[in-house]
Design a protein around this ligand. Structure first.
Ligand code: SAM
Length: 286
């Protein structure tokens, strides 16, 4: 069976009386070059343990299994259990886990399932939970790389530069934890059902340490969220509205201490400038 052939997919799913769920982000690949190229981009080899999210009918899973030492694939939809039992029957290095990947203890899973292997993530993500999934992968602190297909619009946000419309709190969070890279686009006609948007494959190389030092990482991300929650306001107004215990005078003092103009907007700040601002606010508050 060819897991990206539309006729084979329809026959398989009809036999199992399966209907696509929109709320689970079920758009399955129907172009063989896509899962092959995503698996290649993940750099999986016999020394790699791959965590896949959402195998669907297993077209990317089988490509990963052909390259990796081990694949653990987590699927939320129980209806796919008999389908995957059929399509992945020949792959001994694949372990299927049924459940919500967001409810799993990822460092524990990696320690237990991938001993001696380099842990990576590789997946065609369900787009409605992209941000929580990326947050979980990057804060787990146990993955070397994260290679995922996501909506093009979100992919551009991950890789954006300061001062552009795409630059936001998600950009800063992701670039704080990883070095993101846009790899290639995948058009809607490569999926069934076809999504409304173009997709992009990105690879995030997870950093061993943050790109710049900061005293209080929690405060840093409070500052970042405040800056982008009201991105049309000046940074001073946004900080005094969004950082607890920070009035306008404190915000103005911190902005001045960082050598920034009083009218500056948060969306123009680099990672290093956000870190400096967070440290200045931290010492102001302390
Ligand atoms: N990998 C397949 C492919 O490329 O054709 C399917 C990808 S489809 C975009 C996303 C998959 O993620 C679906 O199989 C869906 O059921 C599954 N999924 C959705 N939310 C999930 C979650 N929280 N945890 C695990 N799997 C999830």
């Amino acid at each position: 069976m060819n897991l990206t052939n539309l006729a084979d997919i329809r026959a398989l799913l009809a036999r199992h009386d399966f209907r696509f769920s929109k709320s689970l982000g079920q758009n399955f690949l129907t172009a063989a070059w896509v899962p092959a190229n995503i698996a290649d981009a993940s750099g999986a080899d016999e020394h790699t343990g791959v965590l896949e999210v959402g195998p669907g009918i297993g077209c990317l899973t089988e490509q990963l299994a052909q390259r990796a030492g081990k694949v653990v694939s987590v699927e939320l939809d129980e209806r796919l259990r008999p389908v995957l039992a059929e399509t992945l029957a020949g792959y001994e290095n694949v372990e299927l886990v049924f459940g919500d990947v967001l409810a799993l203890d990822l460092p524990q899973l990696v320690a237990e399932r991938f001993p001696g292997l380099r842990p990576v993530v590789c997946a065609n993500l369900p787009y409605n939970v992209t941000s929580p999934l990326l947050t979980a992968f990057l804060t787990a602190g146990c993955f070397d790389t994260v290679t995922v297909m996501i909506q093009r619009e979100v992919a551009r946000r991950l890789c954006a530069r300061p001062g552009t419309a795409d630059y936001g709190a998600l950009t800063v969070f992701v670039q704080w934890h990883a070095e993101p890279e846009l790899l290639f686009d995948v058009p809607p006609h490569c999926f069934v059902p076809a999504p409304k948007v173009t997709s992009t494959v990105v690879r995030l190389r997870v950093r061993a340490a943050p790109p710049v030092a900061v005293q209080d990482e929690k405060l840093l991300f409070t500052v970042v969220r405040a800056a982008f929650n009201q991105r049309r306001k000046t940074l001073i107004n946004a900080l005094s509205a969004g950082v607890p215990g920070c009035d306008k005078a404190r915000a103005a003092a911190a902005v001045a201490a960082c050598g920034l103009d009083a009218r500056v907007r948060g969306e123009t700040l680099s990672l290093a400038q956000f870190a400096a601002l967070s440290d200045a606010l931290g010492s102001e508050n302390g």
